[in-house]
Unconditional design. Sequence first.
Length: 366
Amino acid sequence: MIFMKTVAQTFFKHFPLEVVSKQKESISMNRVTIKDVANRAGVSKSTVSHVLNKTRVVEEATRQKVLNAVEELGYRPSQVARSLISKRTKTAGLLISDVSNPFYPDVILGVEEIAFANDYSIFLCNTNYDLDRGLKLVQSLVDKSVDGILFMSSSMSLQMVQEAVENRIYAVVLDWEENNLDELASTITINFESGIQQAIRHLVEIGHQQIAHISGPLNLWTAQVRKNAFLKALEQNGLDARQAIILEGDLRIEGGRKAFEQLHKLNPRPSAVLAANDLMALGVLWAARNAGLELPKDLSVVGLDDIDLASKVSPSLSTVALPRREIGRIAMRLLLEMISEGKEATKSRLTVDTTFVLRQSTQRVG
Protein backbone atom coordinates (compact mmCIF):
# COMPACT_ATOMS: atom_id res chain seq x y z
CA MET A 1 0.00 0.00 0.00
CA ILE A 2 2.86 2.38 0.98
CA PHE A 3 4.67 1.38 -2.21
CA MET A 4 1.64 2.20 -4.37
CA LYS A 5 1.23 5.56 -2.66
CA THR A 6 4.88 6.42 -3.27
CA VAL A 7 4.60 5.47 -6.96
CA ALA A 8 1.52 7.64 -7.36
CA GLN A 9 3.20 10.63 -5.66
CA THR A 10 6.26 10.27 -7.88
CA PHE A 11 4.09 10.04 -11.04
CA PHE A 12 2.05 13.13 -10.34
CA LYS A 13 5.16 15.06 -9.24
CA HIS A 14 6.59 14.67 -12.73
CA PHE A 15 3.23 14.58 -14.58
CA PRO A 16 0.76 17.03 -12.97
CA LEU A 17 -2.93 16.13 -13.22
CA GLU A 18 -3.54 19.02 -15.60
CA VAL A 19 -0.95 17.65 -18.05
CA VAL A 20 -2.37 14.14 -17.84
CA SER A 21 -5.88 15.47 -18.53
CA LYS A 22 -4.67 17.42 -21.55
CA GLN A 23 -2.96 14.34 -22.92
CA LYS A 24 -6.22 12.40 -22.58
CA GLU A 25 -8.11 15.14 -24.33
CA SER A 26 -5.65 15.05 -27.22
CA ILE A 27 -6.49 11.40 -27.89
CA SER A 28 -9.67 11.79 -29.90
CA MET A 29 -12.18 8.97 -29.80
CA ASN A 30 -13.93 10.36 -32.86
CA ARG A 31 -13.65 8.59 -36.18
CA VAL A 32 -10.97 10.00 -38.48
CA THR A 33 -12.61 11.99 -41.27
CA ILE A 34 -11.62 12.96 -44.77
CA LYS A 35 -11.07 16.49 -43.40
CA ASP A 36 -8.48 15.14 -40.96
CA VAL A 37 -6.65 13.45 -43.84
CA ALA A 38 -6.78 16.65 -45.93
CA ASN A 39 -5.36 18.72 -43.04
CA ARG A 40 -2.56 16.21 -42.41
CA ALA A 41 -1.65 16.07 -46.11
CA GLY A 42 -2.06 19.83 -46.64
CA VAL A 43 -4.54 19.41 -49.49
CA SER A 44 -8.26 19.91 -50.07
CA LYS A 45 -10.93 17.37 -49.21
CA SER A 46 -11.77 17.02 -52.91
CA THR A 47 -8.15 16.06 -53.65
CA VAL A 48 -8.30 13.34 -50.98
CA SER A 49 -11.54 12.10 -52.52
CA HIS A 50 -10.04 11.97 -56.00
CA VAL A 51 -7.02 10.02 -54.74
CA LEU A 52 -9.09 7.47 -52.83
CA ASN A 53 -11.79 7.03 -55.45
CA LYS A 54 -9.45 7.34 -58.45
CA THR A 55 -11.84 9.80 -60.08
CA ARG A 56 -9.16 12.20 -61.32
CA VAL A 57 -5.44 12.11 -62.04
CA VAL A 58 -3.52 13.63 -59.13
CA GLU A 59 0.17 14.58 -59.16
CA GLU A 60 2.23 11.68 -57.77
CA ALA A 61 3.83 13.69 -54.97
CA THR A 62 0.41 14.92 -53.81
CA ARG A 63 -1.08 11.45 -54.13
CA GLN A 64 1.68 10.03 -51.93
CA LYS A 65 1.08 12.72 -49.30
CA VAL A 66 -2.57 11.73 -49.16
CA LEU A 67 -1.80 8.01 -48.92
CA ASN A 68 0.76 8.64 -46.18
CA ALA A 69 -1.79 10.67 -44.23
CA VAL A 70 -4.36 7.90 -44.65
CA GLU A 71 -1.91 5.35 -43.25
CA GLU A 72 -0.72 7.55 -40.38
CA LEU A 73 -4.24 8.39 -39.23
CA GLY A 74 -5.69 4.95 -39.88
CA TYR A 75 -8.40 6.49 -42.02
CA ARG A 76 -11.18 4.25 -43.34
CA PRO A 77 -13.55 5.78 -45.89
CA SER A 78 -17.17 6.02 -44.74
CA GLN A 79 -19.25 3.46 -46.61
CA VAL A 80 -22.31 5.67 -46.09
CA ALA A 81 -20.58 8.61 -47.77
CA ARG A 82 -19.41 6.43 -50.63
CA SER A 83 -22.89 5.05 -51.12
CA LEU A 84 -24.25 8.56 -51.58
CA ILE A 85 -21.89 8.98 -54.52
CA SER A 86 -22.07 5.49 -56.04
CA LYS A 87 -25.75 4.88 -55.20
CA ARG A 88 -24.64 1.50 -53.81
CA THR A 89 -24.27 0.44 -50.19
CA LYS A 90 -22.09 -2.63 -50.86
CA THR A 91 -24.54 -4.68 -48.79
CA ALA A 92 -26.92 -7.52 -49.64
CA GLY A 93 -29.54 -9.52 -47.78
CA LEU A 94 -29.66 -13.31 -47.53
CA LEU A 95 -32.99 -14.89 -46.57
CA ILE A 96 -32.94 -18.49 -45.36
CA SER A 97 -35.66 -20.71 -43.90
CA ASP A 98 -34.04 -22.08 -40.77
CA VAL A 99 -30.67 -21.01 -39.39
CA SER A 100 -30.46 -24.28 -37.42
CA ASN A 101 -30.75 -26.42 -40.56
CA PRO A 102 -27.30 -27.89 -41.45
CA PHE A 103 -28.15 -27.42 -45.14
CA TYR A 104 -27.43 -23.69 -44.90
CA PRO A 105 -23.88 -23.23 -43.49
CA ASP A 106 -22.19 -24.24 -46.75
CA VAL A 107 -24.60 -22.10 -48.77
CA ILE A 108 -23.83 -19.11 -46.53
CA LEU A 109 -20.08 -19.74 -46.81
CA GLY A 110 -20.38 -19.79 -50.60
CA VAL A 111 -22.29 -16.51 -50.59
CA GLU A 112 -19.83 -14.86 -48.18
CA GLU A 113 -16.80 -16.05 -50.16
CA ILE A 114 -17.90 -14.17 -53.27
CA ALA A 115 -19.30 -11.24 -51.30
CA PHE A 116 -16.08 -10.74 -49.33
CA ALA A 117 -13.97 -10.90 -52.50
CA ASN A 118 -16.09 -8.05 -53.88
CA ASP A 119 -16.14 -5.92 -50.69
CA TYR A 120 -19.78 -6.74 -49.93
CA SER A 121 -21.29 -7.30 -46.50
CA ILE A 122 -24.21 -9.69 -45.95
CA PHE A 123 -27.25 -9.32 -43.72
CA LEU A 124 -28.39 -12.84 -42.74
CA CYS A 125 -32.14 -13.14 -42.17
CA ASN A 126 -33.95 -16.21 -40.77
CA THR A 127 -37.61 -16.53 -41.87
CA ASN A 128 -38.31 -19.64 -39.77
CA TYR A 129 -40.73 -20.76 -42.52
CA ASP A 130 -42.98 -17.80 -41.65
CA LEU A 131 -44.21 -15.75 -44.63
CA ASP A 132 -45.18 -12.70 -42.53
CA ARG A 133 -41.82 -12.73 -40.82
CA GLY A 134 -40.14 -13.08 -44.22
CA LEU A 135 -41.97 -10.04 -45.61
CA LYS A 136 -41.01 -7.95 -42.57
CA LEU A 137 -37.39 -8.97 -43.03
CA VAL A 138 -37.49 -7.92 -46.68
CA GLN A 139 -38.97 -4.57 -45.67
CA SER A 140 -36.18 -4.17 -43.12
CA LEU A 141 -33.60 -4.85 -45.84
CA VAL A 142 -35.32 -2.27 -48.06
CA ASP A 143 -35.00 0.24 -45.21
CA LYS A 144 -31.28 -0.57 -45.03
CA SER A 145 -30.98 0.20 -48.77
CA VAL A 146 -29.26 -3.07 -49.61
CA ASP A 147 -28.18 -3.44 -53.24
CA GLY A 148 -29.71 -6.89 -53.61
CA ILE A 149 -31.41 -9.79 -51.86
CA LEU A 150 -30.77 -13.52 -52.16
CA PHE A 151 -34.04 -15.37 -51.54
CA MET A 152 -32.92 -18.82 -50.39
CA SER A 153 -35.84 -19.68 -48.14
CA SER A 154 -38.17 -22.52 -49.09
CA SER A 155 -41.03 -20.51 -47.58
CA MET A 156 -41.55 -17.76 -50.13
CA SER A 157 -44.19 -15.42 -51.50
CA LEU A 158 -44.31 -13.39 -54.69
CA GLN A 159 -45.03 -10.33 -52.55
CA MET A 160 -41.62 -10.65 -50.89
CA VAL A 161 -39.81 -10.48 -54.24
CA GLN A 162 -42.07 -7.69 -55.49
CA GLU A 163 -41.35 -5.66 -52.35
CA ALA A 164 -37.65 -5.78 -53.17
CA VAL A 165 -37.89 -5.13 -56.90
CA GLU A 166 -40.38 -2.27 -56.53
CA ASN A 167 -37.77 -0.57 -54.37
CA ARG A 168 -35.08 -1.02 -57.04
CA ILE A 169 -33.36 -3.85 -55.22
CA TYR A 170 -32.04 -6.72 -57.33
CA ALA A 171 -33.17 -10.25 -56.49
CA VAL A 172 -31.93 -13.81 -56.98
CA VAL A 173 -34.28 -16.64 -56.02
CA LEU A 174 -33.27 -20.22 -55.24
CA ASP A 175 -35.52 -23.12 -56.15
CA TRP A 176 -38.90 -21.48 -56.44
CA GLU A 177 -41.56 -21.58 -59.15
CA GLU A 178 -39.95 -19.27 -61.69
CA ASN A 179 -43.16 -18.85 -63.71
CA ASN A 180 -44.41 -16.61 -60.91
CA LEU A 181 -41.34 -14.44 -61.10
CA ASP A 182 -41.67 -13.28 -64.71
CA GLU A 183 -38.89 -10.75 -65.19
CA LEU A 184 -38.54 -9.85 -61.52
CA ALA A 185 -35.47 -11.86 -60.56
CA SER A 186 -32.74 -14.24 -61.60
CA THR A 187 -33.41 -17.83 -60.55
CA ILE A 188 -31.46 -20.95 -59.63
CA THR A 189 -33.48 -24.15 -59.99
CA ILE A 190 -32.43 -27.43 -58.41
CA ASN A 191 -32.90 -30.45 -60.67
CA PHE A 192 -34.06 -32.96 -58.05
CA GLU A 193 -35.16 -35.45 -60.68
CA SER A 194 -31.62 -36.47 -61.62
CA GLY A 195 -30.50 -37.43 -58.12
CA ILE A 196 -33.82 -38.90 -56.97
CA GLN A 197 -34.03 -41.02 -60.13
CA GLN A 198 -30.56 -42.42 -59.36
CA ALA A 199 -31.56 -43.14 -55.74
CA ILE A 200 -34.76 -44.97 -56.66
CA ARG A 201 -33.00 -46.96 -59.38
CA HIS A 202 -30.45 -48.09 -56.79
CA LEU A 203 -33.17 -49.17 -54.35
CA VAL A 204 -35.07 -51.08 -57.03
CA GLU A 205 -31.88 -52.79 -58.24
CA ILE A 206 -31.25 -54.15 -54.73
CA GLY A 207 -34.77 -55.54 -54.52
CA HIS A 208 -36.94 -52.86 -52.90
CA GLN A 209 -40.51 -52.76 -54.23
CA GLN A 210 -42.23 -50.83 -51.46
CA ILE A 211 -40.56 -47.45 -51.08
CA ALA A 212 -42.12 -44.67 -48.99
CA HIS A 213 -41.48 -40.94 -49.21
CA ILE A 214 -41.40 -38.49 -46.31
CA SER A 215 -42.07 -35.11 -47.87
CA GLY A 216 -41.61 -31.61 -46.55
CA PRO A 217 -44.69 -29.49 -45.75
CA LEU A 218 -46.73 -29.80 -48.94
CA ASN A 219 -47.67 -26.13 -48.89
CA LEU A 220 -44.02 -25.49 -49.88
CA TRP A 221 -43.31 -25.51 -53.60
CA THR A 222 -39.98 -27.28 -53.11
CA ALA A 223 -41.69 -30.08 -51.17
CA GLN A 224 -44.09 -30.59 -54.06
CA VAL A 225 -41.20 -30.69 -56.54
CA ARG A 226 -39.34 -33.36 -54.55
CA LYS A 227 -42.48 -35.43 -54.08
CA ASN A 228 -43.28 -35.29 -57.79
CA ALA A 229 -39.70 -36.26 -58.66
CA PHE A 230 -40.06 -39.27 -56.33
CA LEU A 231 -43.32 -40.38 -57.95
CA LYS A 232 -41.87 -39.95 -61.44
CA ALA A 233 -38.82 -42.00 -60.46
CA LEU A 234 -41.05 -44.83 -59.22
CA GLU A 235 -42.82 -44.99 -62.58
CA GLN A 236 -39.53 -44.84 -64.49
CA ASN A 237 -38.32 -47.84 -62.50
CA GLY A 238 -41.42 -49.97 -63.05
CA LEU A 239 -43.26 -49.29 -59.77
CA ASP A 240 -46.85 -48.07 -59.44
CA ALA A 241 -46.73 -44.49 -58.20
CA ARG A 242 -50.46 -44.65 -57.38
CA GLN A 243 -49.65 -47.12 -54.59
CA ALA A 244 -46.87 -45.00 -53.14
CA ILE A 245 -46.90 -44.14 -49.44
CA ILE A 246 -46.40 -40.41 -48.89
CA LEU A 247 -46.05 -39.06 -45.36
CA GLU A 248 -45.82 -35.31 -44.75
CA GLY A 249 -42.98 -34.16 -42.50
CA ASP A 250 -41.57 -30.84 -41.32
CA LEU A 251 -37.99 -30.97 -42.68
CA ARG A 252 -36.64 -31.47 -39.15
CA ILE A 253 -35.36 -34.50 -37.23
CA GLU A 254 -38.53 -34.66 -35.16
CA GLY A 255 -40.59 -34.82 -38.35
CA GLY A 256 -38.61 -37.88 -39.44
CA ARG A 257 -39.16 -39.53 -36.07
CA LYS A 258 -42.91 -38.98 -36.22
CA ALA A 259 -43.08 -40.22 -39.81
CA PHE A 260 -41.30 -43.43 -38.84
CA GLU A 261 -43.84 -44.05 -36.08
CA GLN A 262 -46.55 -44.04 -38.76
CA LEU A 263 -44.52 -46.26 -41.09
CA HIS A 264 -43.81 -48.73 -38.30
CA LYS A 265 -47.52 -49.36 -37.83
CA LEU A 266 -48.07 -50.33 -41.47
CA ASN A 267 -48.45 -53.97 -42.47
CA PRO A 268 -46.61 -54.64 -44.62
CA ARG A 269 -44.11 -51.97 -43.71
CA PRO A 270 -42.14 -50.38 -46.60
CA SER A 271 -38.63 -51.79 -46.90
CA ALA A 272 -37.12 -48.43 -47.91
CA VAL A 273 -37.68 -44.73 -47.32
CA LEU A 274 -36.59 -41.65 -49.24
CA ALA A 275 -36.86 -38.50 -47.12
CA ALA A 276 -37.11 -35.00 -48.57
CA ASN A 277 -34.05 -33.93 -46.60
CA ASP A 278 -31.26 -35.42 -44.52
CA LEU A 279 -32.59 -34.16 -41.19
CA MET A 280 -35.79 -36.18 -41.54
CA ALA A 281 -33.78 -39.18 -42.76
CA LEU A 282 -31.67 -38.93 -39.60
CA GLY A 283 -34.87 -38.79 -37.58
CA VAL A 284 -35.96 -42.05 -39.24
CA LEU A 285 -32.63 -43.73 -38.44
CA TRP A 286 -32.85 -42.60 -34.83
CA ALA A 287 -36.45 -43.76 -34.36
CA ALA A 288 -35.91 -47.06 -36.19
CA ARG A 289 -32.94 -47.95 -34.02
CA ASN A 290 -34.91 -47.07 -30.87
CA ALA A 291 -37.69 -49.35 -32.10
CA GLY A 292 -35.24 -52.24 -32.27
CA LEU A 293 -34.77 -52.40 -36.04
CA GLU A 294 -31.45 -53.54 -37.41
CA LEU A 295 -30.25 -50.98 -39.94
CA PRO A 296 -30.04 -51.17 -42.88
CA LYS A 297 -31.12 -54.82 -42.86
CA ASP A 298 -34.68 -54.07 -41.70
CA LEU A 299 -35.05 -50.67 -43.36
CA SER A 300 -33.06 -48.84 -46.05
CA VAL A 301 -33.02 -45.06 -45.71
CA VAL A 302 -32.05 -42.35 -48.21
CA GLY A 303 -31.85 -38.63 -47.44
CA LEU A 304 -31.46 -35.50 -49.54
CA ASP A 305 -28.99 -32.58 -49.22
CA ASP A 306 -25.78 -34.40 -48.18
CA ILE A 307 -25.19 -32.32 -45.06
CA ASP A 308 -21.89 -32.94 -43.26
CA LEU A 309 -23.57 -35.07 -40.59
CA ALA A 310 -24.81 -37.53 -43.24
CA SER A 311 -21.38 -39.11 -43.60
CA LYS A 312 -20.69 -39.11 -39.84
CA VAL A 313 -23.66 -41.12 -38.48
CA SER A 314 -23.84 -44.91 -38.27
CA PRO A 315 -24.83 -46.28 -40.64
CA SER A 316 -23.60 -43.43 -42.82
CA LEU A 317 -26.51 -41.97 -44.78
CA SER A 318 -26.98 -42.57 -48.50
CA THR A 319 -28.35 -39.33 -49.90
CA VAL A 320 -29.13 -37.14 -52.89
CA ALA A 321 -26.41 -34.49 -52.89
CA LEU A 322 -26.63 -30.80 -53.73
CA PRO A 323 -23.49 -28.70 -54.33
CA ARG A 324 -24.46 -26.36 -51.51
CA ARG A 325 -21.40 -24.13 -51.36
CA GLU A 326 -21.33 -23.78 -55.14
CA ILE A 327 -25.01 -22.80 -55.06
CA GLY A 328 -24.09 -19.97 -52.68
CA ARG A 329 -21.26 -18.85 -54.94
CA ILE A 330 -23.45 -18.93 -58.04
CA ALA A 331 -26.22 -16.96 -56.34
CA MET A 332 -23.90 -14.17 -55.20
CA ARG A 333 -22.21 -13.97 -58.60
CA LEU A 334 -25.60 -13.62 -60.28
CA LEU A 335 -26.55 -10.85 -57.89
CA LEU A 336 -23.30 -8.95 -58.46
CA GLU A 337 -23.75 -9.23 -62.23
CA MET A 338 -27.23 -7.71 -61.98
CA ILE A 339 -25.99 -4.90 -59.72
CA SER A 340 -23.14 -4.17 -62.13
CA GLU A 341 -25.41 -4.12 -65.19
CA GLY A 342 -27.92 -1.80 -63.52
CA LYS A 343 -31.22 -1.08 -65.23
CA GLU A 344 -30.30 -3.25 -68.21
CA ALA A 345 -29.56 -6.27 -66.01
CA THR A 346 -30.35 -9.63 -67.56
CA LYS A 347 -32.49 -12.03 -65.53
CA SER A 348 -30.64 -15.35 -65.63
CA ARG A 349 -32.17 -18.84 -65.39
CA LEU A 350 -29.73 -21.46 -64.11
CA THR A 351 -30.24 -25.12 -63.21
CA VAL A 352 -28.10 -27.15 -60.79
CA ASP A 353 -28.12 -30.94 -60.94
CA THR A 354 -28.23 -33.39 -58.04
CA THR A 355 -26.46 -36.75 -57.71
CA PHE A 356 -26.96 -39.87 -55.61
CA VAL A 357 -24.27 -40.64 -53.02
CA LEU A 358 -24.18 -44.29 -51.93
CA ARG A 359 -23.15 -44.99 -48.34
CA GLN A 360 -24.15 -47.60 -45.75
CA SER A 361 -27.83 -46.92 -44.98
CA THR A 362 -29.19 -49.07 -47.83
CA GLN A 363 -28.99 -52.84 -48.26
CA ARG A 364 -30.25 -55.51 -50.59
CA VAL A 365 -33.60 -57.02 -49.60
CA GLY A 366 -33.29 -60.48 -48.02
